[in-house]
Ligand binder design. Structure first.
Ligand code: FAD
Ligand code: SF4
Ligand code: SF4
Length: 480
């Protein structure tokens, strides 16, 4: 092992090549090129095969990272893929969108003074190769079980649970209010971070394994939760969080002030070839406009970079804290700056100016004050520091809250936390309704793809236990 591994001493860290920012501004392709086979093997060989691999401990999926790195270094890619896929439904997606600097790579304990192993890029390389070589097959079961599970939401949490349950032999039905599966992977995250064919091919594989997708089917509108409980032996709610946090103040209702997810969804739909009225009439198209995005999270970063690609005249990002205190990834800020985005730190909107349509944002300078009980520094406006930014399109990216599911589903007994997320028993992942489980953002609040996959996997295991324990009794009876 020692011969092939531990190369961190002689081989420096190399990420896949990043495309030139000028070219990136002109297209929607992912910004990183793929690793070559030699580069992937060389980078994987930098791993020192730690006895206690902190990379694995800090991966929410507990991925067996040292083993797949070693197999990659040895050129045994099919086995590397099997190891990666044993814990992760979408390794190629996590390799692209996980904030590795905060998770696996940020905790790589390769010798002090050396840069971490490029774990995410190798995970992506292994899985993209597996797709190219036809090693990825539909998750067919060995035998069918006489039970079925209904899943509400085809995002990463719902899809991960579907994979595990289908492999075990359950009949799996996924109900989703969108026309395509993938949740935020398809309509939230832009193509330049995650190319859509990467998501769509997984959907096709799942359908080929017999998972039944009921698209354009909103639970609470087209079918009731009670009906799903009667139809299936268990139900999983994985509906994500979609209610945009609003911004108040004078002029907040002017035309041209739009929510981030409407904007990103329209852009993703256009990329997929759909007709989108609100884009085609210019409402959600940044072309030729002066764009101001409000917020400092990853959604805001996706908006500014989308506006650049749509041909905005200028793009500014207004955030009330500074660079060091923003919730979004600093890597994304760097990409955005390279692509021409201007960040206006320590500034918050006071009012929106215009006559029917927004024409400018009046903002005030902020300063960071004393830390509150959570240790986070409070922001305070600096009196008399107002200034104006001209704007034809303002995008609100202030985060998301859960929709009111008990009302939407007509199930007042579905218990929620004070934040509106679903309350579950964290041991069994069951909600307050017997046989109804929940996973992903609807439990955690807005989080990460990798945590949704983890929750989906855990929920599948709990659903299996539950159905085996209650055998074939219909839910309505089991609930009594
Ligand atoms: P979702 O992905 O939201 O899926 C929920 C599904 O439920 C949707 O398909 C929805 O249509 C469906 N649904 C909702 N209500 C109903 C109903 N009543 N009936 C039927 N179907 C319903 N995370 C990262 O790790 N990396 C990133 O780079 C990243 N970028 C992001 C960018 C943006 C713009 C956003 C908004 C989020 C980003 N995230 C990122 C977060 C990540 O996308 C989410 O944490 C993750 O998708 C949550 O998965 P989920 O399955 O719980 O929910
Ligand atoms: Fe790292 Fe995410 Fe892959 Fe885990 S799933 S190894 S955190 S990139
Ligand atoms: Fe390899 Fe780094 Fe993980 Fe150690 S922490 S096993 S060096 S990737």
């Amino acid at each position: 092992m020692a011969e092939r591994m531990l190369k961190f001493v002689s081989v420096p860290q190399r990420t896949p090549d990043k495309r030139d920012a000028v070219a990136r501004r002109r297209d929607w392709d992912e910004i990183y090129r793929a690793f070559s086979a030699e580069r992937a093997a060389e980078q994987a060989a930098r791993c020192s095969q730690c006895g206690v691999p902190f990379c694995q401990v800090h991966c929410p999926l507990g991925n067996n990272i040292p083993d797949w790195l070693k197999l990659t270094a040895e050129g045994r890619l099919e086995e590397a893929y099997e190891v990666a896929a044993a814990t992760n439904t979408f390794p190629e997606i996590c390799g692209r969108v996980c904030p590795q600097d905060r998770l696996c790579e940020g905790n790589c304990v390769i010798e002090k003074g050396y840069d971490s192993v490029t774990i995410g890029a190798v995970e992506k390389y292994i899985t993209d190769t597996a797709w190219e070589r036809g090693w990825i097959v539909p998750p067919n079961p060995r035998h069918e079980l006489p039970f079925s599970v209904g899943i509400v939401g085809a995002g990463p949490a719902g899809m991960a649970a579907a994979e595990w349950l289908r492999r075990k032999g359950y009949a799996v039905h996924i109900y989703d209010r969108h026309d395509r599966a993938g949740g935020l992977l398809i309509y939230g995250i832009p193509n330049f971070k995650l190319e859509k064919p990467v998501v769509l091919r997984r959907w096709e594989q799942f359908a080929a394994a017999g998972i039944v997708f009921h698209q354009d089917c909103a639970v609470g509108r087209d079918v009731g939760l009670g009906e799903l409980r009667a139809r299936h032996d268990a139900v999983l709610i994985a509906t994500g969080v979609y209610k945009p946090r609003e911004i108040g103040g004078p002029g907040a209702g002017l035309a041209g002030i739009v929510p981030a997810l409407d904007y990103l969804t329209a852009s993703n739909r256009k990329g997929l070839g759909d007709r989108v009225a609100a884009f085609d009439d210019g409402t959600l198209d940044a072309a030729g406009k002066r764009v101001v995005v409000i917020g400092g999270g990853d959604t805001a970063m996706d908006c500014v970079r989308t506006a650049i690609r749509q041909g905005a005249r200028s793009v500014q990002c207004l955030y009330r804290r500074d660079r060091a205190n923003m919730p979004g990834s600093l890597r994304e800020v760097k990409h955005a700056e390279e692509e021409g985005v201007e960040f206006v730190w320590l500034a918050a909107p006071e009012a929106f100016l215009g006559d029917g349509r927004v024409r400018a944002v009046r903002a005030v300078r902020m300063h960071l004050g004393l830390p509150d009980a959570t240790g986070r520094q409070q922001v305070e406006p600096i009196p008399g520091s107002s200034f104006t930014l001209e704007a034809d399109l303002v995008i609100k990216a202030l985060g998301f809250d859960p929709e009111d599911l008990p009302t939407m589903f007509g199930e007042p007994d579905l218990a929620c936390t004070r934040w509106g997320t679903l309350k579950i028993d964290h041991r069994t992942m069951m909600t307050s309704l017997a046989g109804v489980f929940a996973a992903g953002d609807i439990v955690r609040g807005a989080s990460l793809v990798v945590w949704a996959i983890r929750d989906g996997r855990d929920a599948a295991a709990q659903i299996h236990r539950y159905v085996q324990a209650t055998a074939a009794r219909p839910l309505a009876v089991a609930a009594e």
